[in-house]
Write a protein that binds this ligand. Structure first.
Ligand SMILES: *Cc1c(COP(=O)(O)O)cnc(C)c1O
Length: 451
């Protein structure tokens, strides 16, 4: 079937396996790949993709898989969303690139206007656009250092902020992100996260924040802190949702101390958690906010948005890059944002939560190997442990994950201990498709949990 608006092939919203996974064509590509692509780059799935639409990915052997990963929280509006595809095609036909630092264009300005409007807080804001989440985070640190004249950056246990040199330093986990890649950038200090499942029982968000402040004040000195950088819900770290009160306390400490509060919303942004941005769940207003992933439905784009006086503290020409805010990416972002608004995808994320949470709790109850069910909106996870303990079970997590893939459901893992299964469905996924994905997940646990 061909979509009249865009000329793209549409894809039936169903799971359908016509070969074993991986099929013969995928196996052929895997062989070519291992002779051409470095083994340093890994892939989750054993199959190669031919096309995708909505919540379904079709592989080169004609198998249709249910996508509960969205290319890591990127295709929030669904794969090949027709209005986004049309916007990309129209912009590609007009011009592909001038470099905004050479020949500026409206799309960049319009995305900045949307970011300034949509991000938390009604203060005066300014934005800059980049290509990747890591780049947005690096630039947030640059802005905070210039604006404060200070150098220390505070980050948290289990944090993930990217793979460039500075963001490796900001990221917590050694394997695979940092191992052997040092020396890392300096003036980065790590403090304890609020992690309700692994903290002492009953520790409040405020108490967890006090634990971090006492470390900051004794080991760094509040007056040396340029920025406190945190994911409002941690992504790669395992969808850790801090205890209520933790994020507001951090924001307040920054205000008191003259430090910049940076929310890294690269994974949580753009309706993923049931609000435009996860900071909103606790009415936190970050000084700077980084965005990427879900912003442009799969085109590379990232944003840094914040208080005008901070963003404008940098000398003219101090921020930029050849491709930052590419016109095609901007067109994709503007169309994606329009779709999110018109289709109320924040509401759709809350509906996904309402469908999934009871199922995940029932799964935990039934199997006894899930210590924690957590997340918000369409950013949900289960933490897999040895029964009756908090001891991580990474082997079972990997086995269940693989079993889901073999049955045509794309799930992802996460977590410092590799024992978190995370779910990031496109926000437009159909209810039946979602329920079928959960049935496959149930069966995968049942097949691997000793009874
Ligand atoms: C993915 C991610 C990044 C890095 O984004 P890239 O586009 O891969 O550079 C940074 N922060 C968070 C919270 C992320 O999830």
């Amino acid at each position: 079937m061909t979509d009249l608006l865009t000329g793209t092939e549409t894809v039936a919203q169903e799971r359908r396996l016509v070969t074993e996974l991986p099929g013969p064509r995928s196996r052929e590509l895997a062989a070519r790949r291992s002779a051409a692509v470095t083994s340093a780059v890994g892939s989750t799935l054993p199959v190669y993709v031919e096309r995708a639409a909505g919540g379904v990915i079709v592989d080169v052997d004609g198998n249709s898989l249910i996508d509960l990963g969205s290319g890591i929280a990127v295709t929030n509006v669904g794969h090949a969303q027709p209005e986004v595809v049309a916007a990309i095609q129209a912009q590609a036909a007009s011009f592909l690139h001038t470099c905004f630092m050479v020949g500026p264009y409206e799309g960049y300005v319009a995305v900045a206007e949307e970011l300034d409007r949509l991000t938390p807080g009604d203060h005066e804001k300014r934005s800059a656009l980049f290509n990747t989440g890591a780049e947005a985070v690096e630039n947030a640190v640059k802005v905070a250092r210039v604006a404060t004249g200070r150098s220390a950056v505070v980050v948290f246990d289990h944090a993930y902020h990217g793979r460039t040199n500075l963001t490796m330093a900001l990221t917590a986990k050694n394997m695979p992100y940092k191992h052997g890649f040092g020396p890392f950038a300096g003036e980065v200090y790590r403090v304890p996260m609020s992690y309700p499942f692994r903290d002492e029982p009953g520790l409040t968000g405020e108490q967890a924040a006090e634990r971090a402040f006492s470390m900051i004040e004794t080991q760094i000195g509040a007056q040396n802190v340029a920025a406190v950088l945190i994911e409002p819900i941690q992504g790669e770290g395992g969808f850790v949702v801090p205890a209520p009160g933790f994020l507001p306390a951090l924001a307040e400490w920054c205000r008191r101390s003259g430090a910049v509060f940076i929310a890294d919303e690269v994974q949580t942004g753009f309706c993923r958690t049931g609000a435009w941005f996860a900071s909103e769940h606790e009415q936190v207003v970050p000084d700077l906010i980084t965005t990427a992933k879900g912003i442009a439905a799969g085109m590379p784009l990232a944003g840094l948005t914040g208080r005008a006086e901070l963003m404008d503290a940098v000398h003219t020409g101090g921020l930029g890059g050849t491709y930052g805010g590419n016109p095609v990416s901007c067109a994709a972002a503007l169309a994606s944002i329009r779709v999110m608004r018109e289709q109320d995808l924040a509401g759709a994320a809350r509906a996904i939560e309402a469908t999934m949470l009871p199922r995940l709790h029932a799964l935990a109850e039934r199997t006894g190997v899930i210590g924690d069910v957590r997340g918000r909106g369409a950013m949900l996870a289960v933490e897999v442990v040895k029964p009756g303990t908090t001891e991580p079970d990474a082997a079972l997590t990997a086995a269940v994950n693989k079993a889901c893939h073999a049955e045509g459901v794309i799930t992802l893992t996460a977590g410092t201990f590799g024992n978190v299964l995370r779910f990031l469905p496109p926000l437009v996924i159909g209810q039946e498709l979602l329920l079928e994905g959960l049935d496959v997940l149930d069966a995968a646990f049942d097949a691997h949990v000793a009874r």
